[in-house]
Design a protein around this ligand. Structure first.
Ligand code: 5GP
Ligand code: ZN
Length: 112
């Protein structure tokens, strides 16, 4: 499949890996929007949150818990944000489900 994040998960395209196991991969975003900007992806291709099914419930929870775990490891004690952009209006540009972990600076609300 011609999917950028499937290729990163398969090691066909290089990334700065932060953490990995059989189900998910975490790597540094190539254009960081904050001092910490990590992407967490399932190794299985899911095009986005819009394609999530009940069978993905555990995986989706696991992605978020691991984002929180990495936030602890990065000592983001002031807080952080876990973001999923779903669809073009939200700015989703890669159609392989990914969770952004952003931290290390104050963030405004609502997001732009
Ligand atoms: P989205 O806009 O779909 O929510 O997020 C996609 C993210 O993937 C963006 O933050 C973008 O900087 C990042 N990205 C796009 N291409 C690459 C790449 O080849 N390598 C890495 N590490 N990040 C990428
Ligand atoms: Zn994919």
């Amino acid at each position: 499949m011609d999917c950028l994040f499937c290729k990163i998960a398969a090691g066909q395209i290089a990334s700065r890996k932060v953490w990995e196991d059989a189900r998910i991969l975490a790597f540094e975003d190539i254009h960081p929007a904050a001092p910490t900007h990590i992407l967490l992806i399932p190794k299985q291709h899911i095009s986005g949150m819009d394609a999530a099914e009940a069978a993905h419930d555990e995986l989706l929870g696991y992605l978020q818990r691991m984002a929180a775990q990495l936030a602890r490891e990065r000592k983001l004690t002031g807080g952080y944000r876990i973001v999923v952009n779903a669809g073009p209006d939200a700015g989703q540009s890669v159609f392989h489900l990914h969770v952004h972990l952003l931290g290390g600076r104050p963030m405004s609300w609502p997001p732009g």
